[in-house]
Design a protein around this ligand. Structure first.
Ligand SMILES: [Cu+2]
Length: 178
């Protein structure tokens, strides 16, 4: 499990040139989003937050990209995974890290002004209780590359099929074979 996690992290790191942003003790790395599908007017942005100092809290996010920029998370409601706005912020532990990742925390872009295109860089601002505003430069990935940024649990599932299955660009949930 640990090994798969690091394999996933290595693939993720290889996909992105990392542009860490520093503000006091907070650094943001591996920020990414994915290209818009058709006319879907929403997007999500993911990244890692590392904190070299005392406990802090993400209290909001802003951007010029969409009508609304919100902190979101996913919760299980019965057997259904739902997105929900996070209104009380996201704690960032002292000398710790928080991953905004698929299936978990993300910055939600609601009502995108323009579709996100692969290869594009998008800018947003994270607001921290103590560190203040921290800029985020996120790279927009193709759907194929974005699928490789999957959470470790998903990587483990793919690993059962071997790397060939996991790397198959046409592979999706509907194509899983046992
Ligand atoms: Cu969301």
């Amino acid at each position: 499990m640990r090994k798969s996690f690091f394999a996933g992290a290595t693939i993720a790191a290889a996909l992105l040139a990392s542009f860490p942003a520093f503000a006091n003790d907070i650094s943001i790395s591996n920020a990414w989003s994915k290209e818009s599908i058709g006319r879907v007017p929403n997007g999500a942005v993911f990244f890692n937050i590392e904190n070299a100092g005392a406990e802090d809290r993400v209290i909001g996010a802003t951007s010029d990209l969409a009508d609304r920029t919100e902190l979101h998370t996913h919760i299980m409601d019965g057997n259904v995974m739902k997105m929900r706005q996070v209104k009380d912020g996201v704690a960032v532990p002292a000398h710790g890290a928080v991953a905004f990742k698929p299936g978990s925390y993300h910055v939600m872009l609601l009502g995108l002004h323009d579709p996100l295109k692969a290869g594009q860089h998008i800018a947003l601002t994270l607001q921290f209780e103590k560190a203040g505003d921290v800029p985020v430069d996120a790279k927009v990935l193709t759907l194929d590359d974005a699928s490789k940024m999957a959470v470790p649990g998903t990587m483990n599932m793919n690993a059962k099929q071997g790397m060939k299955g996991a790397m198959d660009p046409s592979g999706g949930m509907g194509k899983m074979k046992n």
